[in-house]
Design a protein around this ligand. Structure first.
Ligand code: PRT
Length: 300
């Protein structure tokens, strides 16, 4: 299959930490995907979109060079690539359309547990191994220190143990890998999430129309993920107190209950997490049948 100039091309990670979430996002947006392990370009059956399955590290270049119209990639990979291109004076234009709220991690400097650390100056003159030399170098420059950087493409955590470096600068999410390798996190230098990015070129009318349909759907899926639908029965005279316990809620729908003049049914969407404590407070106000439900899609 070759690229069709009227179809929006989106690059996503073929396999790895961002691939499942990217595919799920598109499925929730109603795209019918036919992805198999061997396919590198998949035709979306019900929209004018082609999905290109590639390595995460190739996505910024593909988008910046206009080979793909859009891409989903971690901010870490994107910024590292942009800084590298700045150095080599290559085109590095892109627009971040939106943050996707998955793939969250931080790029951190970590040192062996036993090593003394008294702030950023302790890093001066150290040798650190990393897959992100440009981001680490920017951190060193911003802090007026010198770091001797060793570039590694994988197994970065092993570097101090095998004498390749004094410490590392790598992605961390739970911190388990650092701990398992006898390392402690001392500085967070960059925070990252997956992002939807677009290249510098103006889209054709047909592609722009597809993006105009897709984007509200993506935003709707993201908003729905953060929101909850709440249903409860409340005493009529406590309605204000009940709704004030649910910040971030839209105006509630209040419905009468059969054969009860003193109580009403309340339905609302809350954009904040509803904790058990909030439910207990609602119960203490006299509410019952309190249901908190996930929302699959939202629009408007
Ligand atoms: O596709 P390609 O091979 O080019 O990319 P890749 O090798 O970077 O792929 P992958 O799947 O490892 O990572 C893809 C993206 O996921 C990264 O660029 C980040 O944006 C994001 N991400 C989120 C992470 C992590 N969390 C993460 N924890 N990427 C890597 N890790 C690794 C980290 O390098 C370390 O080895 O997980 C380990 C630490 O995890 P914890 O949970 O023990 O702290």
């Amino acid at each position: 299959m070759t690229l069709d100039k009227n179809r929006l091309t989106i690059a996503i990670q073929k396999s790895g930490r961002l691939s499942d979430e990217s595919q799920t996002l598109f499925k929730l947006c109603g795209l019918t995907l036919n992805l198999t392990d061997r396919k590198l370009l998949a035709h979306v059956a019900n929209m004018s979109i082609d999905i290109m399955l590639v390595r995460s590290s190739d996505i910024p270049g593909l988008v910046m060079d206009g080979i793909c119209d859009l891409g989903i990639v971690g901010d870490n990979t994107l910024q590292e690539h942009a800084l590298q291109r700045q150095l080599t004076l290559e085109a590095n234009d892109f627009n971040k359309i939106c943050s996707l709220k998955f793939g969250g991690c931080r790029l951190s400097i970590a040192l062996p547990q036993e090593m003394q650390y008294h702030g950023v100056q302790s890093l001066n003159g150290l040798r650190l191994a990393t897959t992100y030399p440009r981001l680490l170098n920017r951190f060193a420059q911003d802090n007026g220190i010198h770091i001797d950087i060793t570039k590694l493409n994988g197994s970065v955590e092993l570097a101090p143990r095998v004498g390749l470096a004094d410490g590392i600068c790598d992605l961390v999410s739970t911190g388990t890998t650092l701990e398992a390798n006898g390392l402690k996190e001392v500085e967070v230098i960059f925070k990252s999430k997956a992002a939807l990015i677009k290249g510098p070129n103006r889209l054709s009318e047909a592609k722009q129309a597809t993006l105009d349909t897709l984007l509200p759907r993506i935003k709707g899926v993201l908003k729905a993920r953060e929101s909850k639908y709440i249903m409860l029965h409340a005493p009529k005279d406590k309605l204000n107190e009940v709704t004030s316990l649910l910040p971030g809620s839209e105006t509630p729908t209040v419905l009468p209950l059969a054969e009860r003049d003193d109580r009403v049914a309340v339905h609302m969407v809350s954009t904040e997490t509803i904790f058990w404590e909030t439910m207990e407070q609602l119960k203490a106000l006299g509410c019952n049948s309190i249901l908190v439900m996930p929302i699959e899609k939202m629009m408007g």
